[in-house]
Structures are given as C-alpha cells and as structure tokens.
Design a protein around this ligand. Structure first.
Ligand code: WQD
Length: 342
C-alpha cells in the first residue's frame, strides 16, 4: 500500500525531480522535497502547486547537510527516498572536479548514512546511460560493460552505483534500485513545469525550442559525419513524465519487496534510437515551419549512438514508455511558449 507514504525527493525542484513529485502524488504518495536551488528556482514549487492543488513541503538545503537530513527524516516520517540531487553539467564537471565529487558523492554518502541511522531502507538512485560510454552493441542492456567515464559527471554516476552496490554487499539494510536514464525531454502537459532555461542550454531539445521561440539565433547540429544513416548522433529520447513514472514503479517494487537487502539496476528508455536530424524534422512538423539550424563541428565527448534495451524494466517492474517523440516535443514546445508568455 502506498497510501500517503512520505517520500523524500532530493533535487525535487529540478527537471526530472519535479515531474517525479507529480507522479508520486498521483500514485498516492506524499512527496517532500529537499533542494538547494543551485540549478532550479522557487517558481517550480508554484508550478507544482498549480498541478497538485497543494504546496509540496520543500527544504531549501543541500544533501551534504546531515543535521538537516536527520531533522527532515524525523519531522516528516520519511519512508523512502528518490535521490536526484547532483550537479549534472558535463562540461563544467571537467573544470571543477572536486566540486562535483564533493557534492555528488558526498551527498549520496551522507544520505545513505542517515537512511541507515533512521532505519529507512528504500532508495531510488538517479543514474545515467552515460555509464555505458559508446556501447559495443545496440540496443544496450544492463549487462553491457560500464566503460571508463569520459567526464567527471559521468564518473560520479559510476562511482555512485559502486558505492550503492558495495554498501548492500556489505550487508547493510538497504533496498536500492539505480535507474539509468537515457535522454529525458518534454514537460508536464499542463505547461506548469518543465526544463528551466538556466543559462545557455547544453541539451538539444531546449536549444531547439529556444531557437524556435527566437531566444537563440540558430541551432548548431554538432556534426553530420558520424557512421549513422544521416550522419548525426543517435539517442533514446524519453518523455520526462514516462521517466517520472518509472521512478514510481521502481519505488513501489521496493516497498512491496520482502527482506532487508536489495540492489538492482534498470535502463529507463523507449528503446527507439532517434538521430538529431530526425528530431529536428519532427519538431519542424510540430512548428509548421523550418527550424533555423546549421551543421557544425562535432562536440567533444559525444558518443555516436546509444539507445536502450528496456526489456528488463518491463519484465520485472511492469513499466514501459507510453509517450512518443511527437508528444514529448509538443509538450516541450508548449512549455517554451508558456515561458515566453510570462
Ligand atoms: C543530444 C544530441 C549532441 C545540443 C546529456 C548528458 C547525459 C544526460 C542527458 C544527465 C547529441 C546533439 C546537442 C546542440 C546538437 N544527462 N546536440 N546541438 O549529450 O546525449 O546527454 O544529457 O544524465 O549524461 O551527457 O544530450 O541533449 O546534450 O545531446 O547537435 O546544441 O544532440 O551532439 O548528439 P547527451 P544532449
């Protein structure tokens, strides 16, 4: 039974975190947010209020703060955790490695220590397909080897998974699922929450919607000389609401699981590979006019192609993506237009 179980969502004011707060509430959980707002803004809480009809409790703090975490667990009677809180800018991670290791791994370790102290075993960890690097075979499944990380950010995800695996293997009473995300895109269909435009977008879809909205002059496609059908990179673009619902399915699996210990890993993707130009064309069909873009040089660190074998999560957790690329792009565009109207 999930009725009103209180779940702590770290980084819950972020892009994926905020959408997962909605999915949790819709599934009968009571979400509570801790977020230091280093990569989000208070207006996300207003958007959540509009969607849910009530104010989600939020603690504006960093997860490295053990005393605050302890207080939240006691005061809110936390019965499970979904851990998103992390710095995630790939490029920035290469120039500020210590800040990334301290924040991303320090927060995870502090959270685990508090969960053990408070006797709260259930944790969903936000991991990433970036751990696969350039997969040897596609679609990539969970048995594929984890490749040496090419970014500090990606390394924090790999080391994070190892910390979780080793802690459970040491016999600690924790039940953990790591979810390896592919490329989250889109926004809640109400247009009340979405990917906040903080600085110049590094990711493809927000750059596209900002170009269409006239906030950016032109999209640069980073290379069309890759060994793919149209020469551009291939990714697995998953609607952020599908991704949010995968977290709920994983949490429910843990809450319904007997025993004191568990660790497992699942890909969360659609299983469909889509090229950059495929995505641009899909967006142009929604926009009803050409998008202003040019072909530029490759971006260092980009893999040619990565998309999910999502069989395991379907078979074991009963989850599968239900929203398509077009719906995700329509929702992303609605969010961009809503931002422009403010
Ligand atoms: C997608 C494709 C670019 C921008 C990143 C992180 C990953 C995860 C998801 C956190 C690539 C191309 C992009 C642009 C372009 N984040 N592109 N012009 O790099 O696949 O994954 O976000 O977990 O860890 O690495 O996503 O959206 O940046 O790029 O041509 O202006 O779009 O080259 O092929 P990526 P992305």
């Amino acid at each position: 039974m999930t009725q009103n179980k209180t779940i702590l969502v770290t980084g819950g004011a972020g892009f994926i975190g905020s959408h997962t707060v909605v999915a949790l509430a819709e599934a009968g959980f009571r979400p509570v947010i801790i977020d230091d707002f280093s990569n989000s803004e208070q207006r996300v809480l207003a958007g959540l209020h509009q969607i849910l009809g009530y104010e989600v409790p939020c603690y504006p703090k960093n997860c490295n703060d053990a005393a605050t975490l302890r207080t939240i667990f006691q005061k809110e009677n936390i019965q499970g955790v979904i851990h998103f809180a992390a710095f995630k800018a790939v490029g920035e991670s290469m120039t500020e490695p210590l800040r990334y290791y301290h924040n991303n791994l320090g927060s995870l370790i502090t959270l685990l220590e508090i969960q053990l102290e408070m006797g709260v075993p259930d944790l969903i960890f936000s991991s990433s397909c970036t751990v696969y690097g350039e997969p040897d075979t596609l679609p990539v499944d969970e048995l594929a080897p984890v490749k040496p990380a090419i970014s500090v950010y990606g390394n924090t995800k790999q080391i994070g998974e190892e910390i979780l695996r080793d802690t459970v293997a040491a016999g600690k009473p924790l039940k953990i699922i790591s979810l390896r995300y592919f490329n989250p895109i889109g926004a809640h269909p109400t247009g009340c929450i979405g990917e906040l435009p903080l600085g110049v977008p590094g990711n493809l879809v927000p750059y596209i919607t900002q170009t269409a909205a006239g906030l950016r002059e032109q999209l640069t496609v980073f290379g069309d000389d890759y060994p793919t059908p149209d020469g551009t990179c291939i990714r697995d673009y998953i609607h952020v609401m599908d991704l949010a619902e995968a977290h709920v399915a994983a949490l429910q699996a843990l809450q319904n699981r007997a025993g004191q210990q568990h660790y497992d890993v699942f890909n969360v993707g659609t299983g469909q590979g889509v090229s950059v130009l495929d995505l641009v064309r899909s967006f142009e069909a929604i926009l009803g006019q050409p998008l202003n873009y040019r072909i530029g040089p490759r971006r260092p660190g980009d893999v040619t192609a990565v998309y999910a074998d999502a069989t395991k999560i379907k078979q074991e957790l009963g989850w599968t993506a239900r929203r398509g690329l077009r719906e995700a792009l329509e929702d992303a565009w609605r969010w961009e237009q809503q931002l422009a109207s403010k």
